[in-house]
Design a protein around this ligand. Structure first.
Ligand SMILES: CC(=O)N[C@H]1[C@@H](OP(=O)(O)OP(=O)(O)OC[C@H]2O[C@@H](n3ccc(=O)[nH]c3=O)[C@H](O)[C@@H]2O)O[C@H](CO)[C@@H](O)[C@@H]1O
Ligand SMILES: C=C(OP(=O)(O)O)C(=O)O
Length: 415
């Protein structure tokens, strides 16, 4: 049936461990192409997007082994540089393979990712950065082909902050000849983790965590063993689930230092929390304060990936709240589904006004990953039964949302 069925109306209680981060693991997997040694990734999430990336890399000749949550990637026999259209188009982040393939093999071919349900998502900044490093692109029938005689370090200024373009530029520069200066970089933790991973492989990246990165190209990289960090967006989703149900839960391994913007919002709404020994303990009994105006922003601001989960929380808080989406122009699509559950959400361009109240269970449809998770949160808070169709979107990024939420006392199952 491809559904998630929820019997809502109960506060969450209990403890759950946070899975590894999708957005950190995927670029590390791409980076594993940059050398001939083995990369061992511990705490790698078992999610659909990681499986798709595995398939793409296998097609290129990478040998991959899964043991529990440890992924071993062996690129010794990779020769192919054309990414299969069918697999590549399943996931937008296949575009970051351009940087790795160009860096190691001097050519690459990937399907153009095109627009998607959360926005147009152009890749002009990716191409601009790679061109500055010496790549030449050609696009034919939706396939981007890139070639270089050898990448050469350069100064690249990003006119707009982009996580993926920063990662692509970093991946391409670590083996480039000379020094690359990247200005206007994304400071998202997933960029920082990629740089840490690459430095562990022998790269020379300085400025990690700032918006200016200096990369001194090295002759070659080597394999390494690394632990994928906990997923700040999954942890944030469960903070929202706790808030929406007025629960009291503990998140084991939540990366609190990467979640400051969300935790400020949680406190504003009336939530209380403390961190003890790697565990984040949340009490949502007094969550009742609407948000006058909350904007999504690049890191360290409030993340766009948690805008829909937060909208679900606001639908449960009496009074008027306002959300402003500044990153992805179409990320309010979930609002139409929340209306089916009795919510009041009025979308006007980049702004959504929410008047909170009581939600009721309904049949709704996930249209994308975080919007799908938001519908699950709304279902947990609603009276009666909610059926969320298209759970495959949610499974792109959540290892097993039903397992985790059942562990927190929710009545939830997959059909
Ligand atoms: C796999 C992954 O890590 N995905 C995350 C990544 O996506 P992704 O890396 O695709 O997001 P970007 O940071 O690139 O996008 C930010 C903004 O820049 C625009 N843009 C981007 C590239 C470009 O060449 N031209 C351009 O105009 C986008 O349309 C968007 O409006 O960062 C987003 C912003 O934190 C998150 O929501 C996604 O979960
Ligand atoms: C938008 C997301 O992922 P992607 O960039 O892979 O579509 C997300 O993780 O919320």
């Amino acid at each position: 049936m491809n559904e998630i069925r929820i019997e809502g109306g109960n506060p969450l209680t209990g403890e759950v461990r946070i899975q590894g981060s999708k957005n950190a693991a995927l670029p590390m997997m791409a980076a594993a192409l940059l050398h001939k040694g083995k990369s061992v990734l511990h705490h790698c999430p078992k999610i659909a997007d990681v499986f798709v990336m595995e398939e793409i890399l296998r097609e290129l000749g990478m040998q991959i082994r899964h043991e529990g949550d440890t992924l071993t990637l062996d690129p010794a026999h990779v020769e192919k540089t054309e990414i299969d259209c069918c697999e590549g188009q399943k996931m937008r982040s296949s575009v970051i393979l351009l940087g790795s393939l160009l860096g190691r093999f001097k050519n690459a071919s990937v399907p153009h990712p095109g627009g998607c349900v959360i926005g147009e998502r152009p890749i002009d900044l990716h191409l601009y950065a790679l061109e500055r490093l010496g790549a030449v692109f050609e696009e034919k029938e939706g396939v981007l082909t890139a070639r270089t005689d050898g990448l050469v370090g350069s100064t690249i200024h990003f006119p707009k902050v982009s996580v993926g373009a920063t990662q692509n530029a970093v991946l391409a520069s670590v083996l480039a000849r000379g020094t690359t200066h990247l200005e206007g970089c994304a400071r998202e933790p997933e960029v920082v983790w990629l740089c840490r991973f690459l430095n562990a492989c022998g790269a020379r990246i300085e400025g990690t965590g700032s918006d200016t990165l200096t990369i001194t190209g090295v002759e070659e990289l080597h394999g390494t063993e690394f632990t994928v960090p906990a997923d700040r967006i999954v942890a944030g989703t469960y903070v929202c689930a706790c808030a929406a149900t007025r629960g009291e839960i503990i998140l084991d391994g939540a990366p609190l230092e990467e979640m400051e913007a969300l935790m400020r919002v949680y406190e504003k709404m009336g939530g209380q929390y403390e961190a003890i020994g790697g565990k984040l303990s949340l009490c949502s009994k007094w969550v009742q304060v609407p948000l006058r105006r909350q904007c999504t922003e690049v890191y360290p601001g409030f993340p766009t990936d948690l805008q829909s989960p937060l909208m679900a929380v606001l639908c449960t808080i009496p009074g008027e709240s306002c959300l402003v989406e500044t990153i992805f122009e179409d990320r309010f699509k979930t609002a139409s589904q929340l209306l089916r559950m009795g919510a009041y959400v009025r979308v006007d361009g980049r702004k959504a006004v929410i008047r909170g109240g009581t939600l009721r269970g309904a049949a709704v449809e996930a249209q994308e990953l975080r919007g799908g998770a938001a519908l699950v949160i709304a279902g947990l808070a609603a009276q009666g039964e909610t059926r969320v169709r298209n759970r495959q979107y949610i499974e792109r990024g959540y290892e097993d949302i039903c397992r985790d939420l059942s562990q927190l006392g929710a009545v939830i199952e997959r059909d």
